[in-house]
Design a protein around this ligand. Structure first.
Ligand SMILES: [Zn+2]
Length: 313
């Protein structure tokens, strides 16, 4: 890997607040850099494109704590550029992709989705100074960092800036959010989004977690999630997002929810597919996410068998 001396550091980056940055991994993942007086925190590491560490070190020379919202590969991809990472134990068995082909496959689809061009080849919209053949890190060249446990209520003191970890299982069992009370910001990874996929834990567990996050709303002015396909770079999610997730979950629990048609997020051609994220798709997770629920702009994806039969009992 390190023979790739020319890995780009030229990520699109915006400053959101004082000492707070959103780093766009080329329309694939949103990473956040929070800088205190003593240390910096990097939330998530994207899919594994380019020299993320180099980009971060251009912004700050403080020691970097690398934390993960969850264990999905589009959030842990560049973790191996760092010696040590923090991840909730429930997600620590999630694999880092073992082939560059798999990594390229997911990169292309997420990039197309985020550019609002579902189904289009990613290179039609390749606006950024990276070359996927050069800049996509090959997993087999990477060595594993030390993995430390995140837990509910854990606090990181960055120096005049304390970040608190809260579990929010649903999207994954080990999903967490990070609250920065000093700057009144909540960083949610994939826990909260307009196109949320859930089903890793029982629904009532997810509902309780979401309500707890909502109950803390006096402590933050905005929620920033780990992708920016439903918000502008640097801007928080609209306020209806979390509220609608809670309403959908409540409806599901009561057995009132009905599944709807929804465009695939993974490049499946139109028209809309009712039953399957990708019966025709060869995406490795296609079979798992089969049903959609809708409220306002929110789509929620869940395994039909998992949720629906459970709530009917
Ligand atoms: Zn995820």
């Amino acid at each position: 890997m390190e023979n790739k001396q020319s890995l780009t550091k030229l990520y699109p980056i915006v400053q959101i607040r004082k000492d707070t940055w959103e780093i766009d991994e080329f329309d694939v993942a949103s990473l956040f850099l929070l800088i205190g007086t003593e240390k910096a925190m990097l939330i998530d590491t994207g899919m594994g494109i380019g020299d993320l560490r180099g980009a971060v070190e251009r912004i700050t020379d403080k020691p970097i704590i690398v934390v993960h919202s969850h264990g999905h590969i589009d959030h842990t991809g560049n973790s191996r550029q760092f010696e040590e990472i923090w991840l909730h134990p429930a997600d620590q068995d999630m694999p880092i992709p073992d082939s560059v082909e798999r990594r390229r496959y997911d990169t292309e689809r997420i990039a197309a989705r985020q550019k609002g061009s579902i189904g289009a080849p990613y290179n039609m919209f390749n606006l950024y100074p990276y070359d996927i053949e050069i800049d996509l890190r090959d997993p087999k060249d990477e060595k594993k960092p030390i993995v430390k446990d995140l837990y509910d209520g854990q606090q990181f003191n960055l120096g005049d800036r304390i970040i608190t970890v809260y579990e929010c299982p649903g999207h994954t069992a080990g999903e967490v959010v990070f609250l920065d009370e000093t700057n009144r910001m909540l960083f949610a990874g994939d826990a909260i989004n307009f196109n949320l996929g859930i089903g890793s834990v029982p629904l009532d567990t997810t509902l309780l977690a979401m309500k707890r996050i909502q109950g803390m709303s006096s402590k933050y002015d905005g929620i920033w999630n780990g992708h920016h396909d439903f918000r502008a770079l640097g801007m928080p999610l609209d306020n209806d997002c979390l509220e609608n997730i809670i309403r959908i979950l409540e409806d599901l629990m009561k057995g009132n929810a009905s599944f709807c048609e929804c465009p695939s997020f993974w490049g499946q051609p139109m028209p809309l597919s009712k039953t399957h994220i990708g019966a025709e798709s060869n995406h490795p997770y296609a079979h798992k996410q089969t049903a959609f629920l809708r409220k306002g702009r929110n789509f929620l994806r869940i395994d039909r068998n998992y949720s629906y039969e459970k709530t009917k009992e």
